[in-house]
Write a protein that binds this ligand. Structure first.
Ligand code: 13P
Length: 398
């Protein structure tokens, strides 16, 4: 590689900033030329290749049969809403108690391969004084970290939003790796009722691609999550159409940013009708549409597709996942649920120490059900009424 690049480097000097600004894109050398210039160490960026083997291994570990991701990375504000729903104050101690309960559920690693944490939890200890990260590793669960800084209004759009967090991401990602994180999450959203505008889709895709490249450079497997919100009255065909557009752009920019597809994971929304659509879809319909989308848009080099639950009920999310796993797929098709894994667990706990075991048991019930769904063996029998309740919230923020 180095010698193959030696000749063009001599005749292709690195462009200075002003040339980039002039936007002479057709005359620019490729990114790898810039990064590998032997006489300009300051221009050298650590390539994904220095972590390539590890990234592939991490992604494969997370995408292992019968396992999926526990998303427990609610921001402090969102975690506060969850705690308020069971009458608890949003204090660090309460967040710590709840997350201790989650990470230390006995045997959780049988069904859960990765856990996405909020920054506070990555640096936090359990109530018994063990590092949360160490408890996860003992459970054979890979620790991950939410790295985006949330959504803000996108000027010039149709009341849509964009996701912040690229500034300083490289140094944050390096620190998170040091702390034990091995994968990252960046959630941006696309709203169907608000458009989506071409601007919002492009911005979402570009942000995801920049984040993915930066994460890989720091040894973190990026989860690429353009959430197409459930909000709206549209039918399933409209969701399908928007999802095709979104994923086409996401992969276009991932490729432009030299992201290694074998070292990423995806976190899509399932293709469903809008939450306020009068026509509901069966798990078979959701599976058919969603798999059709994946076949059209997702290269088989991507190891795992870990769906979000997005406001579906716990049972609905599991049934839909199960329907997608009735025949072999080119990718590991699994879950990365927050609400659809935690809802009954949180309510069972209710903030009371004497309920910790019962709450952990309900978490394990959900984790096991989704593990079976990943293997296509979930029957839906014996589910509680609570688990069948939908959790859609209009305009939900995470
Ligand atoms: P839900 O499964 O609750 O949609 O959350 C998943 C998630 O992590 C969103 O980013």
């Amino acid at each position: 590689m180095a010698s193959a690049l030696a000749t063009p480097l001599k005749s292709s000097p690195i462009l200075d900033k002003s040339e980039w600004v002039k936007g002479q894109s057709l005359r620019q050398p490729s990114v790898s030329f810039v990064r590998c210039h032997p006489t300009s160490p300051s221009a050298f960026t650590v390539r994904a290749s220095s972590y390539a083997d590890e990234l592939v291994k991490t992604a494969k570990t997370i995408a292992s049969p019968g396992r999926g991701i526990l998303a427990m990375d609610e921001s402090n504000a969102t975690c506060g809403k969850r705690l308020a729903s069971i009458g608890l104050e949003n204090t660090e101690a309460n967040r710590q108690a709840y997350r201790t309960l989650l990470v230390s559920a006995p045997g959780l690693g049988e069904y859960i391969s990765g856990a996405i944490l909020f920054e506070e939890t990555l640096y936090q200890s359990t109530i018994d004084g063990k590092k949360m990260v160490d408890v996860l590793v003992e459970q054979k669960i890979v620790p991950g970290i939410k790295v985006d800084k949330g959504l803000v209004p996108l000027p010039g759009s149709n009341n849509e939003s964009w996701c912040q967090g690229l500034d300083g991401l490289s140094s944050r990602a390096a620190a998170y790796y040091q702390q034990g994180a091995r994968f990252a999450k960046w959630r941006t959203v696309v709203s169907i009722p608000n458009g989506p505008s071409a601007l919002a889709v492009k911005e979402a895709a570009w942000g995801l691609a920049r984040y993915a490249a930066i994460s890989q450079d720091s040894g973190l497997v990026p989860i690429v999550e353009p959430e197409i919100l459930l909000d709206g009255e549209h039918g399933i065909d409209r969701t399908f159409e928007v999802a095709q557009k979104v994923w086409a752009e996401v992969f276009f920019y991932l490729a432009e940013n030299n992201v290694m597809f074998e070292g990423i994971l995806l976190k899509p929304s399932m293709v469903t009708p809008g939450a306020e659509c009068k026509d509901k879809a069966t798990p078979q319909q959701v599976a058919d549409y969603t798999l059709k989308l994946l076949h059209r848009r997702i290269p088989p080099a991507v190891p795992g597709v870990m769906f979000l639950s997005g406001g579906q009920s716990e049972v609905e999310a599991t049934l839909n996942l199960n329907a997608m796993n009735q025949s072999p797929n080119p990718w590991h098709i699994s879950f990365s649920y927050a609400r659809a894994l935690q809802n009954t667990c949180l309510k069972t706990w209710g903030g009371r120490p004497e309920n910790v075991k019962a709450a952990q048991d309900t978490l394990l019930v959900r984790a096991k059900a989704n593990s079976l769904a990943q293997l296509g063996k979930y029957t839906g029998e014996g589910e509680s009424e609570e688990a069948k309740k939908g959790m859609f919230v209009k305009g939900y923020v995470y």
